[in-house]
Design a protein. Structure first.
Length: 286
């Protein structure tokens, strides 16, 4: 039986990063993510209802919406499977958070606060190089000089992280190692190095959950596992359909080759049609 909760579930992810009582965990992670760039000292959780919601996201995407003491906004998501128009969805959500800043009244002068999207991906992102972190900013195409720092996307491809515990040299590495391996850990590593992991251990210990929390967690585990089974079934079905299609194409090509040989031997169309099943027009093209 697992000792620690699974962070890839709705309850697990929000217990780690989405609670007021433990918001210092999210602050610490964001500071390690943006080390040498920012020093966040406080965050306020915002109502997610101000963001658009897609019903199909439920069960596979868990998100947290917050703002820093400087007014910068962060949308932090855990996504468990690839989606159609995945990148466009991210752009839409962040753009919505930017545009809502203009609802402050007539005196507003486009003094935008930065909006960050941090996307944990429990899958490999298609059509992009496979690496742990993909950092997208607005910059000039030729000079690469930054055009604006008000919109930023950070995609974290968890399957691309392969380091062992002793290979983690940065605090960001340590966070990713813990999140990726949490459900299989028997002890929380890195506590001696950083006190935040000691607090994390207490929060994610399944034995510390109340009866109500355990019921919600068990349900979220069921949703997560059902999602995995659904994805595996879709992948297997896709592979089977691809194999069947390939076999069908192979057999069709074989029939055409045979028909061509019989045609060159002078056999009649009626006979070739009887042997191969091809139509007269298909035989005529050979």
């Amino acid at each position: 039986m697992a000792k620690f909760i699974n962070p890839f579930t709705d309850v697990g992810f929000k217990k780690i990063f989405g609670q007021e009582v433990s918001k210092d965990l999210l602050i610490d992670f964001l500071n390690d993510l943006l080390v040498d760039e920012k020093s966040i000292t406080d965050i306020t959780f915002l109502d997610k209802e101000v963001l658009p919601e897609y019903m199909g996201d439920r069960g596979v995407i868990y998100d947290i919406y917050c703002t820093t003491e400087n007014g910068e906004q962060f949308i932090v998501e855990m996504q468990n499977r690839q989606q159609v128009n995945f990148r466009e969805r991210a752009l839409y959500y962040l753009s919505h958070a930017v545009s809502r800043q203009g609802e402050k009244g007539a005196d507003w002068r486009f003094n935008l606060k930065a909006v960050y999207g941090v996307f944990f991906m429990n899958f490999r992102l298609e059509n992009m190089p496979h690496k742990l972190r993909t950092d997208i900013v607005l910059s000039d195409r030729d000079t690469h000089e930054q055009f604006s720092d008000k919109l930023r996307f950070i995609f974290i491809e968890l399957p691309s992280f392969t380091k062992e515990e002793e290979e983690c040299v940065t605090d960001f590495d340590r966070w990713i190692y813990v999140l990726k391996n949490m459900e299989t850990l028997n002890r929380m590593p890195f506590k001696a190095r950083k006190s935040v992991f000691e607090k994390l251990e207490k929060i994610v210990d399944i034995a510390s959950l109340s009866k109500e929390e355990r019921m919600k967690y068990d349900e979220s585990i069921k949703v997560y596992r059902d999602s995995l089974v659904t994805m595996e079934f879709a992948e297997q079905k896709g592979r089977a359909e691809g194999l069947a299609e390939g076999m069908a194409k192979g057999k069709a090509e074989e029939r055409r080759i045979i028909a061509g040989q019989l045609k060159r031997m002078g056999m009649s169309f009626d006979a070739i049609r009887e042997v191969t099943g091809l139509s007269d027009s298909e035989i005529d093209k050979l």
